[in-house]
Ligand binder design. Sequence first.
Ligand code: IPM
Ligand code: MG
Length: 399
Amino acid sequence: MGSIPNAPSTTSSSSSHPQPLAPPPSTTTYKIASIPADGIGPEVISAGLRVLATLSQAFASRFTFAVTHFDWSSETYLRTGRYVPEGGLDELRNFDAILFGAVGDQRVPDHVSLWGLRLAICQPLQQYANVRPTRILRGVTSPLAACQGSAENAKKLDWVIIRENSEGEYAGHGGRSHLHQAWEVGTEVSVFTRHGCERLLRFAYETARARPRKTLTFVTKSNAQRNGMVLWDEVNAAVAREYPDVAADKMLVDAMTCRMALQPETLDTVVATNLHADILSDLAAALAGSIGIAPTSNLDPTRRNPSMFEPIHGSAWDIAGQGVANPVGTFWTCAEMVRWLGQPEAADMLMAAVEAVLGAGVKTRDLGGQAGTDEVTDKVCEEILRLGKERGFFVAGKE
Ligand code: IPM
Ligand code: MG
């Protein structure tokens, strides 16, 4: 980490308290909408909220989180016929960020739950950039360590995948005709707009520019798909000219899978369409050791609407309610949220705490450990408080 600011000074007689009774005047309160939804969503979100509260404490309440819960879920849908109630989106617009658990329930077809909740939020709130960082956390074993000969080589995997999140293959265009006939037809039409491609590609180049390697790989399939993908390529070529300092290359999506597995160290920022990045990000998560730890951010880069943060893993009903879900995907998600809200030191500290705990072998079963959700959460909270003292963030850390 770079410079670490000193703890803010206290102004009142409470200065001898390790934790001030009232937040110091400089406190920023972030309004968070929590939507835990389905399956393991509620367990991992409650673990995430504990970690966020601890982080606020470790930073001497320099920032705090005011959390409002929304019970939008498949359960609510089955009861009321709606995931998002009338006026729900306008309510969300009052928040600084949305923390989302998972949606999916076997009583509801997947496309109904996805379009009813997650896409019903992302698309109208213009969260057009989906960001998926991938790296191999300390204490996690990547399958690449074996095939690349050393854990050290595998550590070179450090990517951020930028996924178009508003149109493309997920635009919802298409239809069904000749229902129940032998000649029934269904179409699924991808939609690529110049505006949609341009705003996302610009965000991707900005992301690449802000990272040390300033390297971007543009993913396409314009050899086979000769309309939308060719527009996607043309817009990329135009945007790339505005970023001469970013070294950009172009890959066909099929060849990209080989490169990710065989030359992970040659990649840094990756930009791809909605569906291509969906698939590539699962491969990325597997190569980094587990889908249980991967975070995602659905961003409105213009900041006119709140952005939404979620672990990638989904509802995992097979382990729901057993206390064994891996909360690390949510912790990493919280770190991304905190970074987006403007607290990079807190985000770094949260990730340092997570890596210390995983490195000490406190892991859930999916990572080869024995710990439950609560134990991992307790340890991460302890480590956050320890780091907070060590790094001098406590107001009057006399201990
Ligand atoms: C993801 C998921 C979703 C997607 C599913 C749950 C529909 O796989 O966020 O990557 O395809 O967008
Ligand atoms: Mg996916």
